[in-house]
Design a protein. Structure first.
Length: 294
């Protein structure tokens, strides 16, 4: 928060040296840049000799949750012909990121079938304030620039699980189905941005701009909890203890700290990547020009 306030102060302070003040508005899309791995597990059944055995399937999948759509605007100050300070506000909705684990096994002799299906989906939203410094290169009716800045984001996220298990093996429970939704508390995240762009003069005080940037951003939740826990068609949420449905994410803990059913269960802190390449297009309008008349 102190750093964000400092950014606002820098914007206000830069007005003292301003040659012009502008507004920008635009939108575009974000492309995920896989920067971490998600550890997927699932319970499966396979034959061992004349019997069957349950085992846990593991897979590490590269991912990022940063892809999606975004729009926003900014206010900026041209300090001189080659330098601009810009403060942007961006609202983004990430595309759903799904992880799937499926298996379908048929015993060659008996013809028994075992099917498992796990779907894990992440959905998220983020509000970001992005102060940046832009270095300008004017060329005729166009201006090219590079920019570097910080990202102060507030992120909310939810994770859903749809699990189904089917088998027709005699003596075993024929099927199971579980649907859950886990919501993560909103939390702040700090990152950085580096990009390039252009502005093209259209009319008096009006410019078209395009921008491509790399955005590095990690989200570390502090708490989460189930808002849905449906097993075999029955809502189990009301019968679950606090320890079973609420979680706090900490750097370390011991197992004894999770014995109290009336307290949230502790989990090790996990970092979720939101790295992405952002492509934006929009309109710039010069509000005031102190140096000369346009």
């Amino acid at each position: 928060m102190k750093t964000l306030l400092l950014s606002f102060c820098l914007v206000l302070g830069s007005f003292t040296f301003a040659q012009s003040i502008y507004l920008k508005a635009g939108g575009g899309f974000d492309l995920s840049v896989n920067s971490d791995s998600y550890f997927v597990w699932a319970d499966q059944i396979k034959p061992i000799g004349d019997s069957i055995a349950f085992f846990r399937y593991h897979e590490s999948i590269p991912y990022s949750l940063g892809g999606g759509k975004s729009f926003g605007g900014s206010v900026g100050v041209n300090i001189n012909k080659y330098l601009t300070f810009d403060l942007a506000v961006s609202l983004s909705k990430s595309s759903s990121r799904k992880f799937e684990v499926k298996s379908d096994y048929t015993f060659p002799v008996e013809g028994f079938q075992v099917k498992t299906n796990y779907d894990i989906t992440f959905d998220s939203k983020r509000l970001a304030f992005i102060p940046s410094l832009q270095v300008l290169i004017p060329v005729g009716y166009s201006t090219f620039y590079s920019r570097f800045g910080l990202i102060f984001a507030n992120i909310s996220m939810e994770r859903t699980l749809n699990m189904s298990l089917y088998n027709n093996i005699p003596g075993y429970y024929p099927s199971e189905h579980l649907d859950t939704k886990e919501e993560f508390d909103k939390n702040n995240a700090l990152g950085f941005v580096a990009g390039i762009g252009f502005e093209y003069y259209l009319a008096d005080k009006v410019y078209l701009f395009g921008d491509v940037s790399y955005n590095y951003l990690k989200y570390n939740p502090e708490a989460s909890g189930y808002t849905l826990y449906n097993y075999m068609g029955d809502d189990e949420l009301e019968t679950m203890s606090t320890n079973e449905k609420e979680f706090v994410w900490v750097n370390s803990y011991n197992d004894l700290e999770n014995d109290d059913p009336d307290l949230p269960k502790k989990k090790l802190t996990s970092s979720f990547p939101f790295d992405h390449i952002s492509v934006q297009i929009g309109i710039k309008y010069t509000l005031v020009n102190f140096s000369k008349k346009e």
